[in-house]
Design a binder for this molecule. Structure first.
Ligand code: SAJ
Length: 424
């Protein structure tokens, strides 16, 4: 039975380790954070993801998964650690370097090493390979080396990890094939083999494609506001064209992937990546725009009830969330904030109050601002909001029905909507 050592037990590493373990491989899950290791060894999980808890339990009960702080001898090493960005928007490769270095003492002839972390082009060949070769072993000759990015959608990780097509880039053909043999233990989607740098580019291109297209939707929203057009209606009509699929505008782009990955292309090709950089700036400008909308309605004084803090609908993840940024900007502008999100019970270091019910958030509020289109928020009825002091509602996600709210005496201001003009 093959033994796999998975380094990094976060949103990608933990499901990956659990899937291998429940498909008959012996797995050692490694995380340098002793708290995470302690939680996992206590039978709990430290992240929320549909189906993960039961899969992890199954893996532990099978006896195939153990969790510890340091690597050990194995046939395969998988690196699934975070690659955040520095404040200057360059990639922070510390975790990848640290994880790679930790493998070196355990690397043996015939091993396979796979990097899964999203990384700038050439990372596997130019950063990971030289570190591993400090062992005295040569990539391609003595051990296999591959890059295989994870492309799963938070909220659907387990399903997509199994069903999505998977790209595996090898330092040579044998490395790519070794990767394919490994992942075919649980991957049902097509497995496509290529070289390491192509696989790195593929991952970055996918997320950049989405970022640029969201930026386009956001730019349309800004133009529509000025032109007296409801961008949501316009997008809906345009999307009837067989070759047009415009995405949704919103308060910005969050999460640890789409708001980050395009910068890795800007970093390696600053002169070429002009559109990519501009798209990032458009999306990063949306939180400020939302604050301006609210300021145009109630000025810089008053209580704002914020609905939604996560980076997107129906997840509990607030990392790089534009909703959090908007809320912090309200505080800086002098507004008082009461925020409610059914998925978020606790956030450290808050400068505003995170309340535990919607009623608490709205009581006495001058404005209601919807920042996330959680399913729960799409059926909101105005009758529930009579305890507000004001009647201003700012909908940044096109959740509410204008007519219902207007006929109940509310002023609806929708991102990308002409109503903004009428009230200005
Ligand atoms: N968003 C919009 N408008 C849209 C779509 C999304 O404003 O029309 C916003 C969301 O609200 C959110 C952000 O974009 O703030 C990102 O959300 P997302 O659902 O587009 O993507 P993520 O970050 O959850 O997951 C992405 C996925 N990549 C692609 O769809 C190309 C996923 O497949 C990747 O595995 C993941 O990044 C990753 O880990 O890289």
């Amino acid at each position: 039975m093959k033994k796999v050592c998975v380094l990094g037990l976060g949103y990608i590493g933990l499901p990956t380790a659990s899937l291998f373990a429940t498909h008959g491989l012996r797995v050692t899950g490694v995380d340098i954070d002793s708290h995470i290791v302690q939680v996992l060894n206590g039978g709990e999980i430290h992240i929320e993801e549909a189906g993960l808890r039961s899969l992890f339990h199954e893996a532990i009960v099978s006896g195939n998964l153990i969790v510890k702080c340091t690597p050990e001898l194995a046939d395969v090493f998988i690196i699934a650690v975070p690659t955040p960005i520095h404040p200057d928007k360059t990639a922070d490769m510390q975790a990848v370097m640290g994880a790679t270095e930790s493998i070196v003492p355990y690397l043996q002839q015939g091993n396979l090493v796979i990097l899964e972390s999203t990384s700038p082009p050439r990372t596997t060949a130019d950063l990971v390979r030289p570190i591993l070769e400090r062992s005295g072993l040569r990539a391609g000759q003595d051990f296999h080396l591959a890059y295989s990015p994870e492309r799963v959608l938070p909220g659907q990780i387990l399903k997509e990890m199994v069903e999505n097509a998977r790209v595996i880039g090898g330092i040579d053909r044998a490395s790519a094939e070794a990767g394919r043999d490994l992942y075919s233990a649980f991957v049902k989607g097509k497995i496509i083999l290529t070289d390491t740098t192509t696989a790195e580019m593929v991952k970055l291109m996918e997320n950049t494609f989405r970022d640029v297209n969201i930026a386009l939707a956001n730019e349309f929203a800004l133009i529509a506001e000025e032109q007296g057009v409801n961008v949501w209606e316009a997008i809906d009509i345009a999307n009837h064209h067989p070759r047009v699929k415009i995405l949704r505008p919103g308060p910005g782009v969050g999460g640890h992937c789409i708001a980050v990955d395009p910068w890795f292309l800007v970093e390696v090709a600053p002169d070429k990546a002009r559109l990519i950089r501009q798209a990032r700036l458009v999306n990063d400008g949306m939180p400020e725009h939302v604050v301006e909308i609210v300021q145009r309605t109630i000025g810089n004084k008053g209580i704002v009830a914020v609905l939604g803090l996560t980076f997107k609908a129906d997840v509990d993840d607030t990392r790089e969330s534009p909703a959090v940024e908007v809320t912090e900007r309200f505080i800086t502008a002098g507004l008082e904030v009461r925020a409610f999100d059914p998925y978020v019970k606790y956030m450290p270091d808050l400068k505003y109050s995170l309340v535990t019910s919607m009623d608490e958030a709205i009581e006495g509020a001058d404005a209601l601002v919807i920042l996330v289109d959680h399913t729960d928020f799409k059926q909101l009825e105005p009758v529930r909001f009579t305890s507000m002091r004001g009647r201003v509602v700012v909908d940044t996600r096109n959740c509410l029905d204008d007519r219902t709210w207007q006929s109940s005496g509310f002023d609806i201001f929708r991102l990308g909507s002409p109503l903004l003009l009428q009230k200005a």
